[in-house]
Design a protein around this ligand. Structure first.
Ligand code: DON
Length: 344
């Protein structure tokens, strides 16, 4: 599909965020509402993740103006996991161009679990979606660099620029996943067999496994997301990380695929591009306004944090963030919270 609209000026969604003290109240309220929710299960297919404290729960809203509003364990670090896919995708689009990445990796939801081999087979080896493992490994294979070490350094510095601080590898998580990621290695070999990656598939998996093991906090996720909301400029450092067009491309992909098989339901209820990771993080982006970062380890069956989803749903309504809303959100006249439909 070629709509040829790249030279048409795009507008941000309607409305503005409430003032800083009101955002603080709403973030505290969202944290208090879901702190005691005990549904979901901590991921254990990466062995070291199984030992994490399921009660950890952090939230942060970052405004494009640089304001930060945290609650609970917003500063606690955990491995970024699949959320890295969104930011590596943005870096690769910046380096390789919109069309190249679209053609090689795709932009459509597979409708199948994030680690599906069948999705690759059903689509003639095309990964379809940069937010599932096959597409993310194919995307990481496109990161600039002549060696895997150079590619890894580019990933680490690129994601650090999104966060506005130097991100470090969690060696324990990296080793634990490296010892147990036969399935990702099989996916990479399968992509190679279809001619979909040009580098050594095991090298691509290694860089991908490292990117997933970078340590972030909910606050970092909020700042990284706010950089996408801010047309590619980090609201804390003022540094341009990627172009505004790359932000638009990345957010479009997140909207359709970021929450896996639940992406449609997520968009329907919450109306924000978002990405989750199996360590319990979620980032949700409100273009032109800011972003929400959450951390809570227990997951639903699709691999999305249960408390994180609830908290983002709540904040999307109370802060007026839904990108499909066509009327300007007036914070004082927000819909009563009792009328909101919770995400199942
Ligand atoms: O490749 C994997 O399986 C993990 N490193 C990342 C998966 C993930 O975070 C899926 N998210 N919900």
């Amino acid at each position: 599909m070629d709509l040829d609209v790249t030279d048409v000026e795009q507008q941000v969604s309607t409305g503005v965020l409430p003032g800083a003290s009101r955002i603080d109240e709403l973030v505290d309220d969202a944290h208090a509402r879901y702190r005691d929710l005990e549904d979901g299960r901590v991921a254990d297919y990466i062995p070291v993740l199984a030992g994490v404290d399921p009660r950890l729960f952090g939230l942060c809203v970052a405004e494009v103006g640089g304001g930060l509003h945290g609650a609970g364990d917003a500063g606690v670090e955990f491995s970024v996991q699949s959320i890295s896919k969104a930011f590596v995708y943005a870096l690769v689009c910046e380096a390789a161009g919109h069309e190249g990445v679209r053609d090689r990796v795709g932009v459509n939801n597979t409708g199948l679990p994030f680690n599906s081999v069948m999705a690759v087979e059903l689509n003639d080896g095309h990964p379809m979606n940069p937010m599932v493992n096959a597409g993310a490994i194919a995307t990481t294979a496109l990161v600039p660099g002549t060696t895997p070490a150079e590619q890894w350094e580019n990933v680490r510095t690129g994601l650090s620029r999104f966060a506005g601080r130097q991100l470090e590898l969690d060696g324990e998580v990296y080793r634990s996943e490296s010892e147990t990621n036969a399935r990702n290695k099989a996916i990479a070999r399968l992509l190679q067999s279809y001619g979909r990656i040009d580098v050594d598939p095991l090298d691509a998996v290694d860089v991908y496994t490292r990117q997933c093991a970078l340590r972030v906090s909910a606050q970092d996720l909020a700042v990284m997301g706010a950089t996408l909301a801010d047309g590619g400029v980090n609201p804390l450092t003022g540094e341009r990380v990627v172009s505004a067009q790359v932000c638009r491309d990345t957010l479009a992909v997140l909207a359709s695929t970021g929450m896996y098989e639940r992406s449609g339901e997520w968009l329907f209820e919450i109306g924000l591009p978002a990405k989750s990771g199996v360590a319990g993080g979620i980032v949700a982006v409100a273009p032109g306004k800011g972003a929400i970062g959450t951390f809570s380890p227990p997951l639903d069956p699709a691999g999305n944090s249960v408390r994180g989803q609830r908290a983002v749903a709540h904040l999307s309504r109370s802060l007026g963030l839904n990108v499909f809303a066509s009327s300007v959100h007036v914070p004082e006249r927000a819909e009563p919270l009792e009328r909101q439909v919770p995400l199942a």
